[in-house]
Design a protein around this ligand. Structure first.
Ligand code: VGL
Ligand code: ZN
Length: 342
């Protein structure tokens, strides 16, 4: 840490200026072939401000200690989780075969690239999610008449077709897209595809088990009422970076990537290891991920990223913004405590 500080303190004033911090970023944000990623000026300034805690326009050695421990260490040596979403029979060749959906994607095509990653990359944790519905699940079109629809529902029970969206009465009211019966617990359709490699020491996470609420994300159900154990397991393992892939791109993969980002993780979407339902919806997922400082790559880039040899500025910026939230939370708490004192 001290050697790094000294190496970038070009003018020897024992402080890092914005210019000197910019040089650190040039050294940090590169790929394994020496290409230097451009960091936008406004992002450089924002990140600098996070580490210049007393806002005096320079980073001193004490401030750099935080920068080193909480930011540089993660960028250089991330702790990586691989999340394989819903690679189950029903989505590939069963009742919700995505090749029958508008994008006409073939779900089986992702299995080889996913297996290849599992065989060649040393992830710190691997999770498989399974869509795991009870027979009376709210998302199944053949259950539509078992629950009252709300007056705001755009369609009634007789006119609603598969893939349409209706509103159930609740309370609370529930907006629900209707799917064919799929991934019923302990059926063939809910099994992971036989060609998918199941890594040693990996963990399975089951979702969509509550008949009354659907669950696209592996973190939360669609109403954000209840959480799976995924986040607790990631925290326990000290995971910093999450690689997300699987089925369906614009449904469960997209919802999971969005939740990974909002839960504070540096999040990487593996474009060639995902297949989806609808092309426009897939575009919307990609836009959302990129605009919230996630990155989208193909599987050939993963090894160097996992090993900290390809270091993306978007993920560095994301982490700096997370650290700034933590800082302001802490100072708010300190302020509250001060105010409470007599
Ligand atoms: C999914 C539709 C319904 C998915 C789950 O795994 O993407 N899609 N249930
Ligand atoms: Zn489902």
């Amino acid at each position: 840490m001290d050697a790094c500080f000294t190496a970038f303190d070009k003018d020897g004033d024992d402080l890092l200026s914005l210019t000197e911090f910019t040089l650190i970023c040039r050294a940090l944000f590169r790929n394994d072939k020496g290409h230097i990623y451009v960091v936008p000026d406004d992002q450089l300034k924002q990140m600098f401000a996070v580490f210049d805690k007393n806002q005096d326009g320079v980073i001193d050695r004490e401030e750099f200690q935080f920068c080193w421990n909480q930011w540089i260490k993660t960028i250089v040596r991330p702790v990586n989780a691989f999340l394989v979403i819903d690679v189950q029979n029903d989505f590939i060749s069963g009742s919700l075969n995505i090749s029958n959906c508008s994008a006409q994607h073939n779900g089986h095509e992702i299995i080889d690239p996913i297996n290849n990653l599992l065989n060649t990359i040393d992830f710190d944790a691997v999770f498989y999610s399974l869509d795991w519905h009870p027979s009376d699940h709210i998302s199944f079109i053949d259950n539509i008449k078992t629950r009252p629809l709300h007056e705001s529902s755009p369609l009634d029970a007789d006119s609603a077709q598969v893939f349409d969206t209706v509103v159930f009465e609740g309370p609370p009211t529930i907006k629900q897209r209707l799917w064919p019966r799929h991934c019923v617990q302990d059926s063939w359709g809910s099994e992971l595809h036989k060609d998918l490699k199941v890594a040693e020491n990996s963990v399975k996470v089951y979702k969509g088990t509550n008949p009354e609420i659907d669950s696209y994300s592996v973190f939360w159900d669609n109403a954000k009422m209840s959480e799976t154990t995924l986040n607790a397991q990631l925290k326990m393992k000290g995971i910093t970076d999450i690689y997300v892939c699987g089925l369906a791109y614009d449904v469960c993969v997209g919802a999971t990537a969005v939740d990974a980002i909002s839960s504070g993780y540096r999040t990487i979407l593996l474009d060639d290891c995902c297949r989806g339902v609808d092309l426009k919806d897939i575009e919307n997922v990609k836009e959302k991920v990129v605009s919230t400082n996630g990155v989208i790559v193909t599987s050939k880039d993963v090894k160097a990223m996992v090993e900290g040899r390809d270091r993306r500025p978007e993920l560095g910026y994301k982490l700096a913004m997370e650290l700034s939230n933590i800082n302001s939370d802490l100072s708010q708490r300190t302020n509250t405590r001060r105010q409470q004192q007599p």
